[in-house]
Design a protein around this ligand. Structure first.
Ligand code: HEM
Length: 144
């Protein structure tokens, strides 16, 4: 288990520069995929300033690069969680975005999207989602 995780961290860090190069396309495709599957979610973004797909991918990339140094991400995580609560984001929306993101990785990297790479970035996305869901649950519980 431990060695499996170390390998994922290494793979995330190693593939980070290449993934970063394609971050605009990755963000755009993630949103396009999500809205194709779940057009009802578009409504949530009606007042969102431009560049949201980039903010999403930047957050994922930053987290995946620093996955062993989670405390570096803490302030950013707290801010995103508050914005999500304000925007009415529910826990059950996360799997929709995960599916859209994983599909986008495969579309952007095509034959370079090895099973290992896809597994590592899915792990990164899941891990960040779990942190956000946890933070959002706590905010809901302790504020009203
Ligand atoms: C790992 C998953 C996610 C990450 C990393 C993420 C990241 C972000 C970031 C960085 C922001 C901008 C925060 C700011 O303004 O400072 C944001 C806002 C937002 N996110 Fe997420 N997000 C995730 C999941 C989701 C999901 C599942 C949904 C809904 C389907 C969602 C919908 C939104 C909306 C509606 C906003 C508000 C934009 C606005 O109107 O300002 N996010 N998210």
């Amino acid at each position: 288990m431990l060695s499996g995780n170390i390998k994922i961290f290494e793979l995330l860090k190693r593939s980070y520069p290449e993934v970063k190069k394609h971050s605009v396309e990755l963000g755009d495709k993630t949103y396009a995929n999500m809205f194709t599957q779940h057009p009802e979610l578009k409504e949530l973004f009606k007042n969102t300033p431009p560049g949201q797909s980039q903010r999403l991918v930047d957050a994922i990339l930053f987290y995946c690069q620093e996955v062993e140094n989670y405390e570096l991400f803490y302030d950013r995580l707290d801010k995103i969680a508050h914005v999500h609560i304000q925007a009415g984001i529910k826990n059950e929306f996360y799997p929709y975005m995960k599916e859209a993101f994983v599909k986008a990785i495969k579309e952007v990297f095509k034959e370079k999207a090895t099973e290992e790479l896809v597994r590592a970035w899915t792990y990164g996305f899941d891990s960040l989602s779990n942190e956000l869901i946890h933070a959002e649950n706590l905010i809901r519980k302790y504020t009203n």
